[in-house]
Design a protein around this ligand. Structure first.
Ligand SMILES: Cc1cc2nc3c(=O)[nH]c(=O)nc-3n(C[C@H](O)[C@H](O)[C@H](O)COP(=O)(O)O)c2cc1C
Length: 231
């Protein structure tokens, strides 16, 4: 009884934030105030990590520096042969994972009005990744060598904590694997040393509701396809 009454408001707030977070792929130019960015970064520091080592190293790029990095990345994106992500590349998705990947693409391109066989429009949509989808800010999450899979999990927890903290303040975001495809460019621009492995980029800012891509919605599988109960 005590638990129910004490927990209810925060539980509802938590549920709302979790459901509200979604990938936003079109932002207003309006910047987020620095104090508010620092506030969400402080919240994200609450993410758990193995032995509390907190392996994430986060670079937030904004303003002129962000625009210059976008230009460099958009240029690089025309040269797929130059991709050299620090993480091993993912094999092609198969089976149900491929179906989900297809569905996500279908929802996104459907919302954008891009036909499946329109290669140019698809490439243009892909390029938007490197423009941070117009976001005025992007966070680049690194971890130092020789950290590997285990510490990458810690950084994943950090990333979700950060995005939920942003959502709770009305700030939209999109996690982007695309932003780690040319890590040398990012490292050079941000003056990050080669010991730092780039794991993820997250564009963030205020959502532009007029961008068609932002109408896309993807669902989730029911728990019985993900969870097994024992005992
Ligand atoms: C690690 C990671 C990498 C992602 N990379 C990209 C990306 O490069 N470009 C993109 O548009 N979305 C990217 N996404 C967003 C996913 O497509 C999205 O989270 C998924 O479709 C679920 O949709 P939702 O975030 O709207 O709930 C990424 C998400 C994660 C967690």
């Amino acid at each position: 009884m005590l638990v129910e009454s004490a927990a209810a408001p925060s539980r509802h707030h938590f549920d709302a934030v979790l459901h509200e977070r979604r990938s936003v792929r079109g932002f207003l130019a309006r910047e987020v105030q620095r104090a508010q960015i620092e506030e969400v970064l402080r919240l994200a520091q609450q993410a758990p990590s193995n032995c509390n080592v907190q392996p994430w190293v986060v670079h937030v790029v904004s303003g002129e520096s962000g625009r210059a990095l976008r230009t460099k990345l958009v240029e690089a994106a025309h040269f797929p042969e130059r991709m050299n992500p620090d993480l091993p590349p993912t094999d092609k998705y198969r089976d149900v994972y491929r179906e989900r990947q297809f569905d996500a693409a279908h929802q996104l391109y459907g919302a954008m009005g891009v036909a499946r066989n329109d290669r140019q429009a698809r490439f243009d949509a892909y390029l938007r990744n490197f423009e941070f989808f117009g976001a005025p800010h992007a966070a680049f999450i690194f971890m130092p060598k020789p950290f590997g899979t285990f510490q990458a999990m810690d950084c994943g927890m950090y990333a979700q904590s950060l995005m939920l903290a942003l959502t709770s303040r009305g700030i939209a975001s999109c996690a982007q694997g695309a932003l780690i495809l040319y890590p040398d460019i990012v490292r050079e621009h941000l003056q990050v040393d080669a010991e730092q492995q780039l794991l993820l980029g997250i564009s963030f800012g205020y959502e532009d509701p007029h961008v068609k891509a932002n109408a896309a919605r993807v669902g989730r599988a029911e728990i019985d396809s993900a969870v097994r109960f024992h005992g």
